[in-house]
Design a protein around this ligand. Sequence first.
Ligand code: NAD
Length: 410
Amino acid sequence: MQIASLARATVVGSISAVLGCWYWRKVPKSGLLNSLKTALSSLKRVSGECNGGWRPAAKDADIRNIPKGKHTLGSVRAKQTWILINQMTKTAIVLGAGGFIGSHLVKRLKAEGFWVRGVDLKFPEFSESAADDFVIGDLREQSVCDRIIDRRFDEVYQLAADMGGAGYIFTGEHDAEIMHNSATINLNIADRAHKRSIKRVFYSSSACMYPEYNQLDPDNPNLEESSAYPAAPDSEYGWEKLFSERLFLAYNRNFGMTNRVARYHNIFGPEGTWQGGKEKAPAAICRKIALARDNGEIEIWGDGEQTRSFLYIDECLEGTIRLTRSDFEGPVNIGSDEMVTINQLVDYVSGIAGKTIHKNHIPGPTGVRGRNSDNRLIESKLGWRPSEPLRAGLERTYMWIEQQVRRNAA
Ligand code: NAD
């Protein structure tokens, strides 16, 4: 009997010692008392919730290519434990966190003090992700979505999509992949968020969903939100965006969710794709000009008289976060209303580069004839609209791309 008690005491003592050491290592010493309180209340919460609460991560067999170090699913588990203890920290998940906007959004949310999980097929190309956890996973797989949306995140940002610049979207060669891949991701995420009792997902739609017939006049395109119907986007990418906007808003109506939908217009900035065929016009033009000699020539698709507006990444993030936390569901444009022709864009960039550049207009995919963001709705609903001049963002972007070009050449 005494031996049994002694053995029991030894086992209990050892477990306490191990837990004590682990806990002392995980918890900042200054916040120990607070954290103990929070841990107790979290444990109550975990045991009380049957749907939509925290769950330990399930088996990780389908999460592919998990690299070593900070970004392993093992660390996902450790961090989940940490979240469990520190429930005071707000949590966000960024889907598409290895992409251009997603990687910047992670940085922004970290700067605001969020605990952030990023998910993507790949890591950000140009800098280390700022995410606390970064899961390499394919969001077309339901099992992956189950695993990564394993708790009720405070904020969910759905940016993952099969996309690219005009050379990828408008040639028609990738239509089936674009539609299948992006729609599957959106179907999975809307459903998974709903099943986890997450109320709000931010969804990034695109100006490409607007009807082509309102974008024929380069001087007066109509991209008011209400002009979306009768629908007639000029690309399958745009049709998929339109479908997915409707999907997220249908979940609002039928399941009491409060999803938010923005229509982005040409976002640009440092650390965006700048070569390889998926880059957008500002990055492609910056690259061509950085590579050209003074008095040299660059190729421009079409006559260059098609109009566009371009929004710098920081303003895109500001609008995204404001919309996500607002009472307005959208869809709403997030874009600049400083409309320029592609020829003017070339002139801006060559001015920044200090080079004289001649334009050689060649046939190529050009998209719609005119496009500009209509910012009346965002201003009336959020009391905010993007306001930074295009040139300021172009200066930062050109400097970054020029650096990449030099590094590549070295
Ligand atoms: P991006 O291509 O840089 O990022 C998208 C990310 O999604 C990529 O990193 C990609 O790897 C990831 N992804 C694709 N398929 C995936 C999958 N099956 N599983 C996991 N991840 C997957 O694009 P971005 O410029 O950062 O755009 C973000 C979102 O905003 C996209 O939905 C895009 O359609 C939308 N949008 C962007 C712009 C723009 O100008 N950048 C304009 C309109 C709309």
